[in-house]
Design a protein around this ligand. Structure first.
Ligand SMILES: Cc1cc2nc3c(=O)[nH]c(=O)nc-3n(C[C@H](O)[C@H](O)[C@H](O)COP(=O)(O)OP(=O)(O)OC[C@H]3O[C@@H](n4cnc5c(N)ncnc54)[C@H](O)[C@@H]3O)c2cc1C
Length: 378
């Protein structure tokens, strides 16, 4: 990049996409500042585990110079996959080969720490909740944070996830409810405290469905298992039933009733959890979401193309981040770089989002997906 003085680049969001973008920019000598609303890196539980794929997420980590460290930190054995029926019988079982590296699992917190530790000190400014972006399309732009702080920059990269505040400056689109709701349940110290569940889930993931409801259980690091209880239901089904999300006992009773035809062993995945359930109604942006091009604002990851959680979200966020950073390193102006990035990213995400449109309902379907293809990345 030959611009003088160097462009002022602000990345909003210290998720996997925003941090990977900052890291790859830094490797090319381009400074960026990342702003995140979290008070600090440990301000909230980062959630479960993510599988990074060889043909997108891992490509970004290679450009970030972090791929070997990722392989060291990730769980190769997490690539194990089981499909069960409501009785707990195994319908399909994939055990990874010793050299299989298509999609190892890594805990979100571990991935975030890996990326954070790779950045120049001071890159991330915590406790900055973006409220709005103002300024002309050609720039410069002004970021307005909660509390009144403002910052001027030449390029705003919206990496601020599903409910992106940056997106509002270029697009009217908002995520829509898909009709499918997840309820997250956690099991701790599973080897000692939940041996049946440890055995049922194995080292990777186990899924089951009966046409109306489904379960997706995943081994996480630190001897934890996370289960998503998946239901076709209104987004507000908990409050509509007169319950609060923290009414663990009453929600549990309802779930056990809904899964009454499942075997006692499978119902443990629904009701033996430690601690409260976490309500996660699943939203998605309209398939093929795009926006009015601006040389001073762009989006990546969920901010650009929120899709249902079918294993691509973080991988696309990392790939976007990588391509945007490389475009900024290779083009003479920020405007040319943003154009080149969007010319590749928008058609790719449009195609993927159309393929996945409605596919979240497959999670409760009894039609078995093509597991062999999924395991091999076809
Ligand atoms: C239940 C569930 C399970 C999932 N499982 C998988 C999976 O197994 N595999 C997979 O690939 N994907 C999965 N996903 C999707 C995946 O989590 C996302 O696609 C991925 O995290 C997107 O990364 P990102 O960097 O774009 O955004 P995020 O990870 O959402 O990061 C956004 C960051 O922006 C910050 N932020 C938000 N708003 C503001 C603001 N106004 N101001 C400042 N900062 C802000 C947030 O604090 C956050 O740090 C799942 C999603 C859900 C909901």
């Amino acid at each position: 990049m030959s611009t003088t003085p160097p462009p002022r680049i602000a990345i909003v969001g210290a998720g996997p996409g925003g941090l990977a973008c900052a890291r790859i920019l830094a490797r090319h000598g381009i400074a960026a500042t990342v702003y995140d609303r979290d008070a600090g890196p440990d301000a909230r539980d980062q959630g479960g585990t993510l599988d990074l794929h060889a043909d997108n997420g891992q490509l970004a980590l290679r450009e970030a110079g972090l791929l070997e460290e990722f392989f060291r930190l990730s769980r190769h054995e997490g690539q194990e996959m089981r499909q069960l029926d409501p009785s707990g019988a195994v319908l399909f079982h994939h055990v990874p080969e010793p050299d299989e590296r298509f999609k190892p699992e890594i805990d979100r917190r571990v991935l975030r720490d890996l990326l954070l530790g790779s950045l120049p000190p001071g890159t991330v400014r915590w406790g900055h909740t973006l409220r709005a972006v103002t300024g002309p399309s050609q720039g410069p732009r002004r970021l307005h944070f909660a509390g009144g702080t403002t910052v001027e920059c030449d390029l705003v990269i919206g990496a601020d996830g599903a409910w992106s505040a940056v997106r509002r400056s270029v697009s009217d689109a908002t995520p829509r409810y898909t009709g499918v709701s997840f309820l997250e349940a956690w099991f701790h110290d599973v080897t000692a405290r939940h041996p049946d569940i440890a055995e049922l889930v194995g080292q990777g993931s186990a899924a089951a469905a009966d046409g109306e409801r489904g379960l997706f259980a995943q081994r996480n690091g630190g001897d934890h298992v996370r289960v998503y209880v998946i239901q076709r239901a209104p987004a507000d089904w908990i409050t509509a039933a007169g319950l609060e999300p923290q009414d663990t006992g009453r929600i549990r009773a309802r779930l056990l009733e809904r899964f009454r035809d499942w075997s006692p062993r499978m119902r443990r995945l629904v009701g033996d959890n430690d601690g409260p359930y976490v309500d996660r109604p699943i939203h998605a942006l309209p398939a093929g979401h795009t926006w009015q091009h601006s040389p001073s604002v762009t989006l990546l990851g969920d901010a650009a193309h929120l899709m249902p959680p079918l294993g691509v979200g973080v991988n696309l966020a990392l790939l976007d981040a990588c391509e945007l950073a490389l475009a900024l390193a290779r083009h003479d102006t920020v405007g040319e770089a943003v154009r080149a990035y969007e010319d590749t990213m928008l058609p790719r995400s449009a195609e993927t989002s159309r393929l996945l449109d409605g596919a979240v309902h497959d999670l409760v379907s009894t039609e078995l997906p093509d597991f062999a293809a999924a395991a091999e990345g076809r």
